[in-house]
Design a binder for this molecule. Structure first.
Ligand code: GTP
Ligand code: SPV
Ligand code: MN
Length: 587
């Protein structure tokens, strides 16, 4: 097979000349192709068959122990002008970057098959969808891309028609962390990644295309590409609100998107549209609408069980690829937080000894088609997307940030998103549990200067055509008490907070004005049936003025890092918070 598109054919030929594969395979996305790839990977040891009685069509992949998470320090945005990448990105001159990485690609596919993967991010017939082609020498990448994107013939047809697509080149190379780079060339709509087989570094449709390159395109074209889940909340009366929520990696997007309502909220229904990425546009009526560019989930495994999220748990009992989980004696996958079973082999395949670190890697993942989600929304395939009632920002904050508050308006909401902070997690290599600023949960994913990104957000909201903007909220499920215990039960119980949010969207309940935004009155947040003492709720719903004055100072210093490109409106919003804190202090 090949293509009628001359530029695509030329690029594939050029890559083959550089990387020297033994053969070239154009992926069509068929079942037969997938089965053959899985058979081959079982033979090569890339995949291990899991217990087919308990987990039909489930496989385990063990990655190289040095290759288990995203590598932010090796991820570059290569723009002609360094300032365009901004202090939020590592930068390299594009000419130098190409030279450096092409050196690593030279001959990298010798003896291997080179796969050409045409894919579409978003419903194949959506005007908001964007296509790409990933070239890779990893069959694991191919089978994952098939679950995560609309991959194969239909995508190729659209690419040939449009003649515009993102070029992604990937090789696992020798997996040496010293020869590992993930490079983005937004001005050329090009991605080059070498030396890693891990999700976000290797499945180029996901973070590299749908966030870093897409955010760049989105600014040029007047839309937003965001690290947001997308869900529908249907009340017992039958009204549905769609909500998009940006939380940093491993901070609860998949779980919120697949939420199981608590017993105390009968009649509520949740619909998942997406669990990681949303593309948002203002439509002709001035309404913000969103699509999920992905078609599968690459989700965190640890912590998933029947109690925390039975939707997610049920979904991964069949047709799932597990990466870096542990194994039981009868070859079932095992991870921390699972209610039964005993691990005998850890994620590296070594005999498991309790007390010697976790059995499953903390960033072990499942890859599964979204169609297996029992609450998958039929509107996830709607070309026009869904109207958004509310945007949520949130992070992992053991202190300072209350359970929920509402921004005063769009511009204040942009400040709330820009000032977000969260504790680092196992999703990226590096120290865990350190609080860092992570604007809109996009610190690792914005493909351009954050200062310009904040301006773009402000501009989108002030446009005359944006008349029906969603409300913006901040949530925090992760407040801890003095003993390090989570104060809020989280998971399904988060629906109690979402209900207050939709009540606010419908103008049903008043809220309390505070210096940082609008907080719920205690009587408006239903906590019936929760074992929660009044002082805990008090803490969750109050703000510590001293801690917030420090927070404002910290945000101010953070904005300073971005210099004169920071929009003055953002600084005005921050001054507003500072003034209100002073006034409250004086009162
Ligand atoms: P990425 O895929 O990395 O973008 O992560 P994500 O934002 O989708 O996070 P996910 O839902 O996978 O949750 C990450 C971890 O946080 C898991 O171990 C969950 O069990 C845990 N978690 C999710 N929601 C909650 C919550 O409401 N409360 C608490 N305490 N933990 C949660
Ligand atoms: C994240 O780290 O935010 C993920 C996993 O969703 S990855 O695809 O590796 O980026
Ligand atoms: Mn993510």
């Amino acid at each position: 097979m090949t293509t009628s598109n001359a530029s695509l054919k030329r690029w594939v030929d050029d890559v083959a000349r550089l990387t020297q594969p033994a053969s070239i395979h154009w992926c069509n996305g068929s079942d037969a192709e997938n089965t053959a790839l899985i058979e081959a990977m079982l033979k090569s040891g890339d995949l291990i068959k899991l217990n087919q009685d308990t987990h039909p069509n489930c496989y385990l992949h063990r990655s190289h122990p040095s290759d288990v998470a995203r590598v932010e320090h090796l991820t570059f945005v290569c723009t002609r002008n360094k300032e365009d990448a901004g202090p939020n990105n590592h930068w390299m001159d594009p000419t130098e970057a190409h030279r450096k990485i092409d050196g690593l690609f030279a001959g990298a596919m010798r003896g291997r098959t080179m796969y050409v993967i045409p894919y579409c991010m978003g419903p194949i017939d959506s005007p908001f969808a964007r296509c790409g082609v990933e070239i890779t020498d990893s069959p694991y990448v191919v089978v994952n891309m098939r679950l995560m994107t609309r991959m194969g013939d239909a995508a190729l047809t659209r690419i040939e028609r449009e003649d515009k697509y993102v070029k992604g080149l990937h090789s696992i190379g020798d997996l040496d962390p010293d020869r590992r780079f993930i490079m983005h060339f937004p001005e050329e709509l090009t991605i080059k990644s070498v030396g890693s087989g891990y999700g976000g570094n290797a499945l180029l449709g996901k973070k590299c295309h749908a966030l870093r390159i897409a955010s760049w395109q989105a600014r040029e074209e007047g839309w937003l590409a965001e690290h947001m889940l997308l869900m529908g909340l249907q009340s017992p009366e039958g009204r549905t609100h769609y909500v998009a929520a940006a939380f940093p990696s491993a901070c609860g997007k998949t779980n919120l998107a697949m939420l199981v309502p608590p017993a105390s909220m009968p009649g509520w229904k949740i619909w998942t549209l997406g669990d990681d990425i949303s593309w948002l546009h203002v439509d002709e009526q001035g309404q913000l609408r969103a699509i999920n560019p992905e078609s599968g989930y690459f989700g965190v495994v640890p912590g998933t069980n029947r109690k925390t999220n039975c939707n997610a748990y049920d979904m991964i009992q069949r047709d799932t690829i597990f990466t870096n989980v542990a194994l039981t004696a009868d070859n079932q996958p095992w991870w921390e937080g699972l209610e039964n079973g005993t691990p005998v082999l850890d994620w590296q395949g070594k005999p498991y000894t309790p007390g010697n670190g976790p059995a499953a890697h903390p960033n072990s993942r499942f890859t599964v088609s979204a169609k297996q989600n029992p609450i998958y929304s039929t509107l996830a395939d709607a070309p026009e997307g869904v109207p958004i009632s509310a945007i949520l920002f949130g992070g992992r904050r053991r202190e300072v940030a209350p359970l929920v508050y509402e921004a005063r308006d769009w511009a204040h909401g942009v400040l709330v998103g820009a000032g977000m902070a969260s504790e680092t997690t196992a999703a990226a290599v590096g120290q865990m549990g350190v609080v860092r600023r992570d604007s809109m949960a996009m610190k690792p994913f914005a493909g351009y200067n954050f200062a310009d990104y904040w301006s773009h957000w402000l501009k989108l909201g002030s446009g005359a055509n944006a008349s029906k903007l969603p409300k913006i909220f901040h949530v925090n499920w992760f407040r801890q008490d003095r003993n390090g215990r989570f104060m809020w039960p989280g998971f399904g119980e988060n629906l109690r907070v979402l209900r207050w949010i939709t009540d606010r969207c419908e103008g049903k309940v008043p809220a309390i004005e505070t210096p940082i935004g609008l907080l719920p009155r205690k009587q408006d947040l239903d906590i019936s049936g929760l074992d929660m003492d009044p002082s805990t709720l008090e803490t969750l719903l109050s703000i510590d003025a001293g801690a917030w004055r420090q927070e404002v100072d910290a945000i101010s210093k953070y904005l300073d890092e971005y210099g004169s490109r920071v929009p003055s409106q953002l600084r005005e919003e921050l001054k507003g918070v500072a003034k209100r804190l002073e006034a409250a202090n004086a009162a």
